[in-house]
Design a protein around this ligand. Structure first.
Ligand code: CA
Length: 711
């Protein structure tokens, strides 16, 4: 594409915003360094974009390491990371340099052969941002284009760095405000534009995908995923069409539908396909966002929980496919979208393969969004099945918990059978390798719910669904919460093989021409499987749970496999006791790089000290304990864990000295004494009496669990 066409297209998209003479000037495409043609050709030894190639197949043609010799794989080098939180990045490799991001949106560049650190960049994200990040201070990686490296920061900026030395070339604010929006996803590239969205659908966010000029950082277009206030006029026809599917004053909470992970550019169609998150609040009864139904029909809330396609040059709407209309279960459609050409029903089809949180694997026509197939690959109870023509789910009336007023345990749960953890697709076998979470989630509408200026905006009664101190109930939930690696035949729509794991929240996958599938696990291993049958061929003790996806590259004829290890993300923080399903969680964050014949060793891992609960006695009244449970559930549980049982990253308040002293609790929760650690003041929502109630509730929970532990 020429510079002129690019500029004209960008300007056409911005005409209504007053583009013309003074509008942003598109500075064309890169002609040196990492170019569009290079990314499109996906050179064998390199890994130039998050999903390796534009179609995000994560399949490497390298086969030096293969199912015959993978047993000889060893640690070539490793690098300790300075951020002990969840690590979700896929490394990129170009011209002998390995680029990673770590928690807190830091970027590091290493000599890919030796592990020597070439440079490091810290965007200095304010730690207070953690309070508006739903799911840990994670980051999923960089983009490479021209002579630059791009990272999106947790506090909502897109930053361009020089590949040579990490110096900042430009930094642009992407998010409308820093109180409701965060960014954890990896930027992508399309025709000289850098694409990024944001998270925030549990706060007050209006989802969008935005495109930036690679050289100047100017915004070129922005496609919103939900309509704004009709009184302000609609940005385009797509917004007007979507507005008819909403009720109440949905725009007051933003609407959600955030584009927090998948963005796939398809050069074949010049479309950008991306996934959108849940509508907000989760409980649609809390703000009547689906409209009041008398005939059993509810508004779909477009374009939430959907795959959407827009023109890469203009951001103009092309098509959408909504996977979860009436989403009230947090069934984000943000999972990775893989583009592939494969034979289905005797015809070659150009398709998008997508397994979102809701429990189905979808195959869509990548050019039109036409539904080709959708197959459940996990126990599903919220839907009674898909319409075979349209793919629309028949929603189980019992799952409309705000209508029934009852507690509903949905399968899959809010964590999703598959979330952001990257899948890989072997185009020769027609098989996609999917990390799976098996488990449910309890939903109960809070009928007295009102929006707040801080914390999660779900409209759920988290106190009513908190895990009780009942050993049998806890065991039942622990038994029901597992994980798996599933090899899925896409054209046939059926499972080929699976590996079962003790717990959920295992890592993304890598498939190679060496007939291998690599995956890190929650139980602290990095494993290579035979791609034909799932037989385990090799594993390495990572000393920490792995959630990120591995990648592979080759230098001077030698193949390497790299993975960023470090337990965290939402499964470390929110699910309380379930967090420890794969063993006591611990975070020892490292970049690990392997090759054949290497014999590197990690230092001995420190032994996790067993912590004994020693709370003060329960002195709170029944009223205080009940009120404390409600406020804890709404404002504290997302970070400190359901039922006050925390994971590895954030303080477990049952063990905190602060629960001994009302003044200490007040200093932290009201006065913001630990704001520099991310624990901001909650004075916007809680007063001293509320905090005292929360303190009593935590003491009660600590005493209950101490009794269970025989203390
Ligand atoms: Ca969500």
């Amino acid at each position: 594409m020429s510079k002129r066409i690019g500029f004209a297209a960008a300007c056409a998209a911005l005409l209504l915003a007053g583009c013309g003479e003074s509008g942003p000037e598109f500075s064309g495409v890169a002609t040196s360094g990492v170019t569009d043609a290079m990314i499109a050709s996906a050179p064998e030894g390199e890994w130039l974009t998050y999903g390796r190639d534009y179609g995000e197949q994560r399949f490497s043609p390298l086969d030096q390491i293969n199912s015959e010799n993978v047993g000889e794989l060893g640690l070539a080098w490793s690098a300790d990371l300075d951020t002990a939180r969840g690590q979700e990045a896929t490394p990129l490799m170009h011209d002998g340099v390995l680029y990673i991001t770590t928690a807190w949106s830091k970027v590091q560049a290493y000599d890919a052969r030796t592990g020597e650190l070439k440079w490091a960049y810290d965007p200095e994200v304010p730690r207070e941002t953690l309070a508006v990040a739903c799911c840990d201070a994670v980051n999923r990686g960089v983009a490479l284009y021209g002579d630059k490296v791009y990272v999106a920061t947790l506090d909502g900026d897109l930053v361009a760095l020089n590949q040579s030395d990490g110096a900042v070339a430009w930094r642009s604010q992407v998010v409308p405000d820093r109180e409701n929006y965060t960014i954890t996803g990896a930027p992508r590239v399309a025709n000289g534009k850098i694409l990024i969205g944001s998270g925030g659908a549990e706060y007050r966010a209006r989802g969008f995908l935005a495109a930036y000029d690679w050289q100047t950082g100017e915004e070129l277009w922005r496609f919103h995923t939900v309509p704004g206030n009709p009184a302000d006029g609609f940005e385009n026809d797509a917004m007007e069409m979507a507005a008819a599917t909403w009720g109440g004053n949905w725009w007051e909470l933003g609407g959600g539908g955030t584009v927090w992970d998948s963005i796939t550019f398809d050069p074949t169609t010049n479309l950008v396909l991306f996934g959108t998150g849940n509508a907000e609040p989760w409980n649609p009864g809390a703000n009547d966002r689906m409209g009041t139904s008398e005939d059993g029909e509810f508004g779909d809330n477009l374009y939430t929980s959907s795959v959407v396609a827009v023109d890469a040059d203009t951001g103009e709407y092309a098509w959408h496919f909504q996977q979860t209309p009436e989403d009230r279960w947090d069934y984000d459609s943000n999972a990775q979208i893989t583009i592939a050409d494969l034979e289905i029903g005797g015809a070659m089809r150009h398709v998008a393969i997508h397994a979102p949180k809701n429990g189905y694997v979808y195959v869509l026509d990548a050019a039109t969004g036409e539904f080709i197939s959708g197959t459940g690959w996990h126990p599903i109870n919220w839907s009674l099945g898909l319409d075979p023509k349209t793919g629309r789910p028949q929603i189980n009336p019992e799952a409309r918990y705000e209508q029934t007023g009852k507690l509903w345990v949905s399968m899959p749960g809010a964590g999703g059978v598959h979330s952001w953890h990257p899948q890989s697709y072997d185009p020769n076998k027609g098989v996609v390798y999917l990390p799976a979470n098996n488990g449910g989630f309890p939903y109960k509408a809070d009928d007295d719910w009102e929006a707040s200026n801080i914390g999660f905006q779900t409209g759920l009664d988290n106190a009513a669904t908190a895990m009780p101190a009942d050993p049998a109930f806890r065991q039942m939930n622990l038994d029901a919460t597992t994980g798996a690696l599933v090899a899925w035949d896409v054209a046939a729509g059926k499972e080929k093989w699976r590996v079962n794991y003790t717990g959920p929240w295992n890592g993304g996958t890598l498939a190679t021409a060496g007939n291998l599938v690599f995956q890190g696990t929650a139980d602290e291993r990095f494993v290579a499987y035979n791609a034909n049958d799932g037989k385990e061929l090799w594993s390495f003790a990572t000393q920490t749970g792995v959630i990120a996806a591995p990648m592979t590259y080759s230098i001077d004829g030698e193949q390497y496999v790299a993975i960023v290890a470090g337990w965290g993300g939402v499964w470390d923080i929110a699910p309380g006791i379930l967090t420890a399903k794969s063993g006591p969680p611990r975070n020892i964050s490292r970049l690990l790089v392997f090759k054949l014949g290497a014999d590197g060793k990690l230092p001995e891992a420190p032994v996790l000290a067993k912590r004994v609960l020693d709370p003060p006695p329960v002195t709170g009244s029944a009223e205080q304990l009940a009120a404390g449970a409600v406020d804890y559930g709404r404002y504290c549980s997302i970070c400190h864990g359901d039922a006050a049982i925390a994971g590895a990253l954030n303080p477990d308040l049952r063990h905190s000295g602060a629960i001994n002293q009302p003044a200490s609790m007040k200093a932290i929760v009201i006065d913001g004494a630990f704001a520099h650690n991310g624990m901001v003041s909650f004075a916007a929502a809680l007063n001293e009496e509320d905090v005292e109630n929360i303190r009593h509730y935590i003491i009660q929970r600590a005493n209950e669990d101490k009794a269970l532990e025989g203390g």
